[in-house]
Write a protein of this length. Structure first.
Length: 445
């Protein structure tokens, strides 16, 4: 573990930290200083390497036009712009390169994968997921079920935490699969739950699902670049992910998908596109589709070279710091430090007491305390529930230059991203949170 003094230095100096003046931190006396950005779980920051690569692509477009597809001064012809990205994504996913494709958007990829792997029958037709999954997942599940003529109310099983708890127990997930697995066609959870920050036990859920004859897939939007993954060794059937959170590819950045190689000769692309056609004959425009072997055969349209460049820049930073080993180690240290600082607050309420009726302003942490069950994110639930305290606290934090992410009506998510956040960020956030509660107390006095 790194000494505490090293935690005051970022793991990488390659990122632009927004100035307070530009994010509306009107209560800060040093408006030009950098803000405390704890929102990498929602949108990662821009790396300087990404900025340089995007500018290079713009210059190539300006100077070379269409010829940049084949002749590129930086040896990144646009026909092969994902060639460096795919192996780096595979390394982060714990996958083989042939199992990974950098392409499209998260929800579109999820639909493509479900069209291949969700094959309901009269006996096995249900989808098992967590309750309150991210809306895109919920919409995708419901629309896929409806497209097969099924009723989402019957075909979708949503697991909720036990009464008085905030996260799902592993035993409850596994028991549900054991009991209802004969009717479940697809088990599809988030790797890390976006609201609570819970890292689901992916290996055990995958194993149990497959033992019961179910297909198991994962939405890794909040997991890739956040926690170590071993999709191939775990036998995960498929996964979809975005890259604009911990992978810092920019708003609306290009996404990706994973398909275990055991399926490559079984599940061929159903919705073919020309970019999934093998490169050797792609530009000869043959009438018959000949897909690239593996996950990349699922590609449809040519990816934006600009979007790929932003992702590549961030992935190069990951590679430079040693990929997920050092990133995860630092993440564990920073998240534990932030948790410790938050629990020192006189306004902190332990999770087991947060359900008790109280009119006193406070907060609890609904993310699991066990480090192996979470990533970088801590979700703070503000009390009393429904009081509006979250909005007051969030506005105060923002005006003081602490950027987190609110989830109505009562949760703020704070995530010390290990590439660019420091112990100073954690300390400042905890200090400002205390000040925010003090301001509420003055108003109530």
């Amino acid at each position: 573990m790194a000494p505490q003094e090293d935690l005051y230095k970022p793991l990488s100096d390659d990122f632009f930290i927004p100035p307070n003046a530009d994010i509306g931190a009107t209560l800060r006396n040093d408006p030009e200083n950098k803000c405390t950005y704890l929102c990498g779980n929602s949108l990662g920051l821009l790396s300087k390497t990404s900025s340089t690569l995007v500018q290079e692509e713009l210059d190539v477009w300006a100077k070379c036009g269409v010829t940049g597809h084949f002749s590129h001064p930086h040896n990144r012809p646009w026909t092969k712009c994902c060639d460096e990205v795919n192996p780096l994504l595979a390394e982060l996913l714990g996958a083989n390169e042939i199992e990974v494709a950098c392409m499209s958007t998260l929800t579109n990829n999820l639909h493509l994968l479900m069209n291949s792997f969700y094959k309901p029958t009269s006996k096995r037709f249900k989808i098992l997921c967590e309750a309150h999954a991210f809306p895109s997942d919920q919409y995708a599940f419901a629309s896929q079920v409806t497209a097969h003529g099924l009723d989402p109310e019957v075909a979708i099983i949503e697991l909720s935490p036990r009464e008085g708890e905030y996260t799902l127990r592993e035993e409850d997930v596994l028991n549900t699969i054991e009991k209802e697995g004969d009717e479940i066609a697809l088990v599809l959870f988030s790797g890390i739950q976006y609201y609570t920050g819970q890292w689901f036990p992916m290996e055990s859920i995958t194993k149990k699902a497959q033992e019961k004859g179910c297909i198991c897939g994962w939405d890794l939007a909040h997991a890739i670049g956040n926690v170590p993954l071993s999709l191939h060794d775990w036998g995960v059937d498929f996964a979809a992910f975005c890259t604009y959170k911990y992978l810092n590819s920019g708003p609306g950045g290009i996404a990706g998908l994973y398909i275990h190689e055991k399926w490559h000769e079984v599940e061929r692309p159903k919705f073919a596109g020309w970019w999934g056609h093998e490169l050797s004959t792609r530009f000869k425009m043959p009438p018959k589709f000949s897909p690239i072997k593996g996950a990349q055969g699922f590609q449809q349209s040519n990816p934006s070279a600009l979007a790929v460049a932003t992702l590549l820049g961030s992935l190069r930073v990951f590679k430079a710091v040693g990929m997920m080993g050092p990133v995860r180690e630092r993440s564990l240290q920073l998240t534990a430090a932030l948790e410790r600082l938050l629990k020192q607050s006189k306004y902190f309420v332990s999770p087991d007491k947060a359900h008790q009726n109280s009119r006193k302003a406070g907060f609890t942490i609904i993310t699991p305390e066990e480090p192996s069950q979470r990533g970088a994110q801590l979700s703070l639930l503000f009390l009393p529930v429904g009081s509006g305290n979250m909005r007051t606290i969030f506005d105060y934090l923002s005006k003081m230059g602490v950027i987190g992410d609110e989830r109505e009506p009562d949760v703020i998510r704070l995530a010390p991203a290990p590439l660019y956040n420091t112990l100073k960020d954690c300390e400042h956030a905890a200090q400002v949170l205390e000040q925010a509660f003090a301001s509420i107390a003055k108003e109530d006095a």
